[in-house]
Design a protein around this ligand. Sequence first.
Ligand code: CP
Ligand code: NVA
Length: 309
Amino acid sequence: MPTASPRHFLDLDVLDAATLRSIVDAAHAMKRAGKRVPAKMLPKDIADAVLVMIFEKPSTRTRVSFDVAMRQLGGQTIMLNHTDLQIGRGESIADTARVLSRYVDAIMIRANGHDTLNELARHATIPIINGLTDRSHPCQIIADIMTFEEAKGPIAGHSIAWVGDGNNVAASWMHAAVQFGFELRIGCPNSLRPDAAIEKWVQKNKGRLLITDNAQEAVLGADCVVTDTWVSMGDKDAERRKKLLKPYAVTDALMKKAGTDAIFMHCLPAYRGNEVTEQVLEGPQSVVFDEAENRLHAQKAILAWCLGA
Ligand code: CP
Ligand code: NVA
């Protein structure tokens, strides 16, 4: 049912901190509850709710975890490749948003360009969820914060080190540093720094952020080391990136510079031997498969919030 002001989940900088905290808390609770979500955590009329998922790029985790999450909440899903829609033949995003709003209850989109996401949200009367764009990946960071907290307790006041490309996932970590009150240290080549506008937003909002081109400096004493692929979907300069990012690979030697009980996270898919070694990815500090599992619990919490729980 369309609502007057839909609860979009577009980015971590445009939602308020209390809402985001409540979504992470709900994600922890969803995990404890398991497949059978207690009625008090469910949105009203969930059995009649349908989620449409639109993918302009490939996905394993986001695709399957959103689908399973919606089913476990008691709702239904429709999965679409963007080429299945008339968008592929030139129908506008605005008209698509208005039509889908008459049929279904929420849309999750993985879009090439962030503008597509914003355009959909501007014209939809149902919640729109960002399932990754070239700019950000907020659903991932809800799962990542949850994963950090399972291992080390409340994230506020801790230090997280991001090493590698200053990409879409890094951007959502930057938003989260402000909203959840932790220190973020980014080690990346100068030419692959995150968008300066996001850096400014963090500074304006008094976030604790260091951006350095020295990977060792970024990880020094950190509670968590995070990285991501060096070549994101849509990047055209793979060879240049691999050369630039070689000094930012997460190795045992780099992990030793972090805190003694630091954890290692990666949103996956991982490219062993590039951004992370096999030893670190499969080693005792790695929580990457808990992190992948937590996408499911996080999606349930995000969907429940968007649908009004
Ligand atoms: N981490 C993540 O979003 O994975 P997928 O691309 O497989 O969805
Ligand atoms: N930065 C990566 C994340 C994949 C989940 C990409 O955009 O391809």
